[in-house]
Ligand binder design. Structure first.
Ligand SMILES: Cc1cc2nc3c(=O)[nH]c(=O)nc-3n(C[C@H](O)[C@H](O)[C@H](O)COP(=O)(O)OP(=O)(O)OC[C@H]3O[C@@H](n4cnc5c(N)ncnc54)[C@H](O)[C@@H]3O)c2cc1C
Length: 427
């Protein structure tokens, strides 16, 4: 048939058809959405794409003027402050002055597990950050526009509606069920009741995660307010009960609050985050799981980084970039599953404070989640095989050793995070 010789020729034809062209001309990168996900991608691409495309590179951000970005998601892991420093020379102090950011040196867990309160700190002198999502988005839209990024108000229905070589889709939560997405199997929470409480300075330099009878409350302290959010399951607990508990919680702290905001969510991830050679997904368009360990923003930084790696290879070696894309899709899938395990692990221990329907159901799901995930169990075991003498033998500092090891761990966690949480929860 058409002079084909056998299976090898078929393979070549398939690869040729699905291979991207080697790009020689200037490129256009489009980002759809200017929420936190879209802005983080724009920060990466505006700085790091142009050197890789010396023939020219335009960055355009499309957004629907009728759909506002969500103004939650205000606690990061370690990547975001590094991104701001590396890409924009911005310190956390400057971030505090521009978008109300504050230091986050860890997470204070209250009332979890069966041992008592514990603190999950970050390795070495590293710090994450809290920030106002609204101020962050508005500030970077103005700054990036000054730096040449074009912001275009236009509702995008299909990717083919826009003229671009590469597309990063950051248009927020998808309508589920959807054939390209999978739900997280074990995740229990699907609602948040969020309250902003004005303060004159950051009340803490860490995030609060306090277990409650019907879920848990996060506390994110900024320069001028602290946001408390009660995360719960609306089928198990009535919203009016959650409101009462949140009010009482805030009153005990002698704070006033603005009107509560009720947010509903689902937990899901994409099956393939890089489905074609020129498209990628980020933010809620890619992944959502309850915000216990700030996994969403960490993943946004990782996705931006990997996407740039895949796209920039197209001008040199399209087979190499296809391999990178395959590896990135596998990495993403594993990362999402590990993030779910990390979150569910917190529900695993018997909670000595609460014997409620929520905690019984959460514990059952957590136990099933971890029992069915051998890779995660292996990681937990490895966390306890870390040996100081081995680190000295290798001539590494503890931090260098953990940075090396961190590659193997999902959800943004390093070895120490496993140890601290397993010990803190009394598992
Ligand atoms: C209560 C709560 C607390 C959270 N806390 C944390 C936390 O502490 N840490 C963390 O990491 N994550 C947290 N998250 C996750 C957080 O939601 C996400 O990190 C973040 O908000 C992602 O937003 P986004 O940019 O993907 O989407 P959105 O903010 O929804 O933005 C979507 C953008 O796409 C545009 N758009 C939509 N449709 C179209 C279209 N058809 N054409 C063009 N443009 C379009 C919109 O105009 C908008 O600009 C939390 C989530 C919740 C619910």
């Amino acid at each position: 048939m058409d002079g084909m010789q056998g299976p090898r020729d078929w393979l070549d034809v398939v690869q040729k058809n699905s291979s991207p062209p080697i790009i020689k001309k200037g490129v256009k990168i489009a980002i759809i959405g200017k929420g936190t996900g879209g802005i983080i991608a724009a920060l990466y691409f505006s700085k790091w794409a142009p050197p890789f495309f010396p023939q020219g590179c335009t960055i355009e951000v499309y957004y629907d003027p009728d759909i506002s970005a969500v103004h939650v998601g205000e606690g990061s892991q370690l990547s975001l402050p590094n991104v701001l420093w590396t890409l924009q020379n911005m310190t956390i102090k400057e971030a505090g002055e521009t978008f109300n950011a504050s230091h986050k040196v860890g997470i204070q867990y209250n009332n979890w597990g069966n041992k008592g309160d514990y603190f999950h700190s970050f390795p070495g002198n590293n710090t994450a950050m809290h920030f106002s999502a609204k101020d962050f988005q508005e500030y970077w839209e103005k700054e990036l526009a000054k730096q040449g990024v074009k912001f275009i108000p236009k509702k995008v229905k299909k990717h083919s509606d826009i003229d671009a070589d590469f597309i990063m889709d950051a248009r927020g939560a998808p309508k589920l069920p959807h054939k390209d997405y999978e739900s997280f199997e074990y995740s229990l929470c699907n609602s948040a009741l969020v309250a902003q409480c004005p303060t004159e300075y950051p009340l803490y330099n860490y995030t609060i995660a306090e277990a409650m009878p019907n879920g848990w409350i996060f506390g994110i302290p900024l320069q001028n307010r602290i946001s408390y959010g009660y995360i719960f399951n609306k089928e198990i607990s009535d919203k009016s009960i959650i409101e009462e508990e949140l009010k009482e919680f805030i009153n005990k702290k002698d704070l006033t609050h603005k009107p509560f905001n009720h947010i509903q969510f689902q937990s899901y991830h994409r099956k393939l985050n890089w489905p074609t050679w020129r498209t990628a997904y980020i933010g809620n368009a890619s992944y959502f799981c309850e915000p216990l360990e700030a996994t969403a923003i960490e993943l946004q930084c990782n996705i931006s980084d990997k996407t740039l790696g895949i796209w920039t290879w197209y001008q040199h070696d399209n087979r190499k970039s296809m391999t990178q894309r395959n590896e990135a899709n596998q990495w993403y899938y594993k990362w999402c599953k590990e993030a779910e395990c990390i979150i569910m692990m917190h529900y695993c221990a018997y909670n000595k404070n609460y014997d409620t329907k929520f905690w019984t159901e959460a514990r059952l799901r957590a136990s099933a989640c971890l029992t069915n995930n051998n890779d995660f169990q292996q990681m937990c075991r490895e966390a306890f095989h870390y040996d100081r003498s081995m680190v000295q033998h290798l001539g590494l500092t503890k931090e260098q050793f953990e940075t090396q090891q961190a590659r193997n761990f999902g959800g943004g966690w390093n070895l120490d995070s496993f140890r601290q949480n397993i010990a803190g929860l009394g598992l």
